[in-house]
Design a protein around this ligand. Structure first.
Ligand code: PLP
Length: 425
């Protein structure tokens, strides 16, 4: 069984109210995760999580996270627009872009957010785009492999993000001359890791680098940004990370590197996406077609357009058949969508209970990098998003796309298409 789920009756009730497919999100799970995270880092006087908007860019979710004292990590103009519209401003916005149009600096600075600078050549751009921000964070890329003990956890040398160690020093000096008053240091070195040593190991690297930079340049680092990358157990046999012990691990390193050296007041920031929301989202669909050839296929009314991770990364997502929780998992299926693309498969060779047409089939852990990575291949439309509230209600927080949405960028250019859309509405 999956590590976190809602009772089957919740999926059944949701399907009575809304046509499938849709992503369903559990408000309680998201709030409890944010509260536990804030508790895990409560030893730090100045701690803040900046939820990575790209993971789940729905305003209803962003407002919930705001109520739980989270900020937002934005990477584009539209993500900044979402942040602004949900009332985020100033120190609650982190703008972490790379190779972005420079006008986006102007917007982020206007909102008063922190600029998380990816490249040394962006330093002179800041003055021209929005003026010199009071506080800048620098993205560090140490190169080579990133190891925890002997295990290779990431490969920063192959990653497009961040600056080299030497570039960090020059960027700091130059930004100081330009009048930037306060600085942060950031690195993102591993993705979807459930190893509880990830944050503590990364923290030590960044704390030590901050101290070295101070000795070298005289510029003090005011905050350390541990970024995202904390994973979740997609597979049933995997274990959930214990955020309380991760927080305690970072605290021990903080004491060792900072407090015991008489360094105080350094703030900690994180930018998790997946950890915050992935387990609290489900792609809910119906089985619509059964086909037996060389394999037994079950087709859903959802496609990779609604969840691309299995097709793109070969990611595992747990699948369950609602109402058959206790039935024997005695049938081997490929669970597929309807795209004209053979990688449109949610699960391959998966042992599941016998599936009848019309059964509700739920794909788990779609609350991050799920809906947001959606696309329109084959002219398939994006689904709705539903919030299961703490009080047990179902709230439509995004309607499903219609053909008119799909064709919106052609409107007025193709009068005959406009006529067909109108006729079919
Ligand atoms: C994607 C991203 C995150 C969030 O990553 P998760 O794996 O979802 O935790 C955080 N910060 C930056 C800069 C990112 O690009």
């Amino acid at each position: 069984m999956p590590n976190y789920s809602l009772p089957p009756s919740v999926f059944q009730r949701a399907c009575e109210l809304f046509p499938t497919p849709f992503h369903l999100y559990d408000e309680r799970g998201i709030r409890e995760t944010a509260r536990e995270l804030n508790h895990a880092f409560s030893w730090c006087e100045d701690y803040e999580e900046y939820f990575a908007v790209k993971a789940l860019p729905n305003p209803a979710i962003l407002r919930i996270l705001k109520e739980e004292r989270c900020g937002l990590d934005c990477s584009s103009e539209t993500e900044l627009m979402l942040a602004e519209s949900c009332g985020f401003s100033g120190r609650d916005i982190m703008f972490s872009a790379n190779a972005m149009p420079p006008e986006e600096f102007t917007y982020a600075t206007k909102l008063g957010g922190f600029i998380n600078l990816d490249d040394i050549t962006h330093v002179p751009l800041l003055e021209k785009h929005g003026g010199v921000p009071p506080c800048v964070c620098l993205r560090y890329n140490p190169g080579g492999d990133f190891k925890i003990g002997n295990a290779i956890m990431g490969n920063p040398g192959e990653a497009k993000y961040g600056m080299t160690r030497a570039q960090l020093s020059s960027a700091l000096r130059r930004l100081k001359e330009m009048g930037v008053r306060s600085f942060g240091l950031h690195a993102f070195l591993s993705s979807n890791t459930t190893d509880e040593w990830y944050y503590p190991t990364l923290a030590r690297l960044l704390f030590q680098t901050a101290i070295e930079l101070y000795r070298e340049t005289g510029v003090a680092i005011a905050f350390i940004n541990l970024s995202g990358g904390v994973g979740i157990p997609y597979r049933p046999e995997e274990k959930k990370s214990n955020m309380i012990s991760i927080g305690a691990g970072v605290e021990a390193v903080y004491r060792d590197c900072f407090t015991s050296q008489g360094i105080t007041g350094v703030a900690i920031k994180t930018e998790m996406g997946r950890y915050m929301t992935a387990p609290y989202g489900w792609l809910v669909s119906h089985a619509v077609h059964s086909k037996e050839t060389y394999k037994h296929y079950i087709a859903l009314d959802a496609t990779a357009c609604n969840l691309i991770r299995p097709a793109m990364y070969g990611s595992y997502h747990e699948v369950s058949v609602v109402g058959k929780e206790n039935a024997p998992h005695d049938t081997c299926y490929d669970i597929v969508g309807s795209l004209c693309e053979n990688n449109d498969k949610f699960a391959i060779d998966r042992m599941l209970p016998h599936i009848d047409m019309g059964d509700i089939v739920v794909i788990h852990d779609t609350g991050a990098h799920g809906f947001s990575m959606g696309y329109n291949y084959n002219g398939r439309l994006r689904s709705s998003e539903i919030l299961y509230t703490e009080s047990g209600e179902f709230k439509l927080i995004r309607r499903a796309e219609t053909p008119a949405d799909y064709f919106a960028t052609l409107r007025g250019l193709e009068p005959s298409l406009d006529a067909v859309i109108k006729e079919r509405e």
